[in-house]
Structure formats: structure tokens, C-alpha cells
Design a binder for this molecule. Structure first.
Ligand code: 13P
Length: 254
């Protein structure tokens, strides 16, 4: 089963709207027309309206970094799936470890968001991954399996082509410490087994599983060469065109 690489930039809380426009212009001029690798940028909510117009004439897709599970209502500060769709957003990052850590998001809360995203034709990028302590205690696979099972409870099989997962070991995020190619492959392969138990072999082999955690042009090719690594969710290295495009070029080579 061939899975097209997805390279997604998670800009986190960086870039004003005008800085976002500049960065997307640069990304577009290098890789805006290629289709070998799917490319997505996820700026903050305040930049989505402006960047939505910009990416329209290119192959670059737009993603958001979070959303609320409810369709509308009294949820001060929140953004709904419909609001994102209205801006031609394609992907939405859900369950990022920073949201779990700082905003108390549990697998159950994230599960509601994933189901709401799917209902609204948004493609969730569901983030999972263990802490350093969990890895050191040999609990990585247990933790990740549980996140997959609980986060994807009641996920409709008919929408499986819209599902993306991202394995992001928390100890590798923003630290410069990357999982080795083998460590990433071991967990990705295990995730695919759980997906196979939940949705069947055919579905499981069609789902893209991205790696995230200090991915950069220098280590991208090794990670992306692993059988079950289908792209990257990039933080720091997505904030400059040179390094983000470098990772896309590494993906083109694999
Ligand atoms: P870094 O690439 O900065 O380690 O961040 C990874 C990440 O959290 C992407 O969602």
C-alpha cells in the first residue's frame, strides 16, 4: 500500500499574520507546485484567514493546531470545526502533548474533538507519544497503544482515509534529541498493529503515521526511510523556509 508522505509544519505560538504570509510565500516559491509530497502548514488561528487566501493557488494545504469539539455556543476563546472549514482548513492537529500537558486534555477529550473534526470533513492529525519517564520505565508501547485505542474510540471506518496519526515522543520535542530511526520504526509498526486490530489490515496499511520530535533536514531522510514512517510533524524546523523545505526535499528523495 503506497502512502504519500505528508510533511506538516506545526508553528505553535509563533509568527504574526504578516510573518506567516512571508514564510508561506517563501515555502510556495520552492515547493508550492510539487505534488510528490503533501505539504501542510499549521499557523495560529489569527493567521488562518490571511494564509487561506495565499495557499489557495498552490499545492500547500492549511492546518489548524486545535479546535473545540462543540459545534457552537458559550465557549469563550474557542474555535469550532465549522469556523475552520470556512477558511478552507484541511487538517487539524489534535491531542498535541503540549495541549495534554498545559491544558489538561485527556484521551477522552481529544476523542470528542477527533469525532467532531471527522464529522466536519476535517482531517485530524492525532498526536500521541510517551514521556521520558514512561520510556525509561519500559512503558512506551503500553502508553501509545492506550492513546490510540481511547483517542480513536468510535472512529467511523468509512472516514479512515481522513485519519493521520503523529508519533511524537515528548522527550524529543523541542529538545534536539531525536528518536533513532529504529526507535521510531518500532513504535510506528506497533501503532499500525493496533490500528489493524481496530479497523482491519487494509485500513491500517492506508493510514499515515507521521514522526515528530526534533526532525530537521539532517535527520529526516533516515527517519522517513523507515517502513512505517509516512511523514513528519515539524515544530522548530518549520519556522524557516530553508529548513522546512530541506525536510520536504529529503522526503522527495526517499
Ligand atoms: P520540534 O520539531 O520543535 O521538536 O516540535 C515537534 C512538535 O511538537 C511538532 O508538533
Amino acid at each position: 500500500m503506497s502512502r504519500k508522505f505528508l510533511i506538516a509544519g506545526n508553528w505553535k505560538m509563533n509568527k504574526t499574520a504578516s510573518e506567516a504570509v512571508d514564510l508561506i510565500d517563501e515555502i510556495k516559491s520552492s515547493v508550492g507546485g510539487q505534488t510528490a509530497v503533501q505539504v501542510c502548514v499549521c499557523p495560529s488561528f489569527t493567521s488562518l484567514a490571511k494564509t487561506s487566501e495565499l495557499v489557495e493557488q498552490s499545492e500547500v494545504l492549511l492546518g489548524a493546531q486545535d479546535m473545540n469539539a462543540s459545534p457552537s455556543g458559550a465557549f469563550t476563546g474557542e474555535v469550532s470545526a465549522e469556523m475552520l472549514r470556512d477558511l478552507y482548513v484541511s487538517f487539524v492537529i489534535l491531542g498535541h502533548s503540549e495541549r495534554r500537558q498545559y491544558y489538561g486534555e485527556t484521551n477522552q477529550i481529544v476523542n470528542q474533538k477527533i469525532l467532531a473534526a471527522i464529522d466536519n470533513n476535517l482531517k485530524p492529525i492525532y498526536c500521541i507519544g510517551e514521556t521520558l519517564e514512561e520510556r525509561e520505565n519500559g512503558r512506551t508501547l503500553d502508553v501509545v497503544r492506550n492513546q490510540v485505542r481511547e483517542g480513536l474510540e468510535n472512529f467511523p471506518s468509512k472516514s479512515i482515509e481522513n485519519l493521520v496519526l503523529a508519533y511524537e515522543p515528548i522527550w524529543a520535542i523541542g529538545t534536539g534529541k531525536t528518536a533513532t530511526d529504529e526507535m521510531a520504526q518500532e513504535v510506528h509498526c506497533d501503532i499500525r498493529k493496533v490500528l489493524s486490530e481496530m479497523f482491519g489490515d487494509a485500513a491500517s496499511s492506508s493510514i499515515r503515521i507521521l514522526y515528530g520530535g526534533s526532525m530537521k533536514p539532517e535527520n529526516a531522510e533516515g527517519l522517513l526511510s523507515q517502513a512505517d514512517v509516512d511523514g513528519g510533524l515539524i515544530g522548530g524546523a518549520s519556522l524557516t523556509a530553508r529548513s522546512f523545505v530541506g525536510i520536504i526535499e529529503a522526503a522527495q528523495k526517499v
